[in-house]
Design a protein around this ligand. Sequence first.
Ligand code: SF4
Length: 348
Amino acid sequence: MATRVLLAEPRGFCAGVEMAIKALTWMVRVFEAPVYCYHEIVHNAAVVEIFERAGVVFVDDITTVPEGGVVMLSAHGSGPEVVSQATSSAAVMVDAVCPLVTKVHHEVKRAAANGFDILYVGHEGHDEALGAIAQAPESVTLVDPDRGLAGFAPADPGKVALLAQTTLGQFEWQGVLDDAQTQYADVRTSRKSDLCYATTNRQRAVEILSQEATLVLVVGSENSSNTQALVRVARNAGITAHRIDGPDDIEPGWLEGHDVIGVSAGASAPDQRVQSVVAQLRADNGVEVVRLTQEDEYFPLPPALRKLIHALQALVEGAYASSQPGRPGPIDEDRDWGATEALEILSS
Ligand code: SF4
């Protein structure tokens, strides 16, 4: 077993995941099952399982949702056709897209409207990449960071825009950016790249762990892009790294010869899983939190959900003649609870 564990901070849930999990929790508390969710609400098997037990049906084809159903769209963002189909056929539709993904959607639409050929750096088939490309498919070419710009031939080399999935590895993004700037001197890109604060903070924290640890374990699911990026960041630093869903995935042989083990988690991994992993490692010389920064980002619940809950509150208050305009309701106290608590409530 490890003699010392270094625990990355920040790790785990980001503001977008917090918002999406709490939003879907509201949906299953307010509506009878089934509540449909287009794509996994976040890419974590444990979270998805909790919601399935609470009556959520996850679908990858929005047309399979019955007319008049109750639908939430996932945090990864959806294409315009999906949003329009869900809006027209569902009785209730709430889009839980992360605002930082929406920002990239706006960039894609703006660049396409201005006649740019868009290079979108991302992972083929990933939900976020599908939703972003669908904003202007005729103008976007997907660039896999491993393959680079090979085969891309813009109509006008002076009008190329470079955008990205929010959860890429910083080093992967930098590699494509360098190539693009070499090939297209006027390439347009966002001022600070599209990689989100949660992605970059978690990666920098793993880089710091990797200066001392000789093994890094990253908690998160296989289809979680930012989890996989954390594994690659550690390996890039020359460290042995494994992705695990929880303590049961740790193979005893992995720990042999490693006195200092780093632990982190992707943005959709529940901290309860992380704590179980740390407990399993039984560190003789303790657990040290390695803090890069304290995150205080907060994303409000989707506007459609806030409106819905306020309407329900007004209805109930009206029925009991207890309405006091302006009185705060449960939705106004959203900052006071977190996604971890929401999952505990659903699991109890
Ligand atoms: Fe939003 Fe970033 Fe979290 Fe994705 S990882 S949900 S973009 S904050």
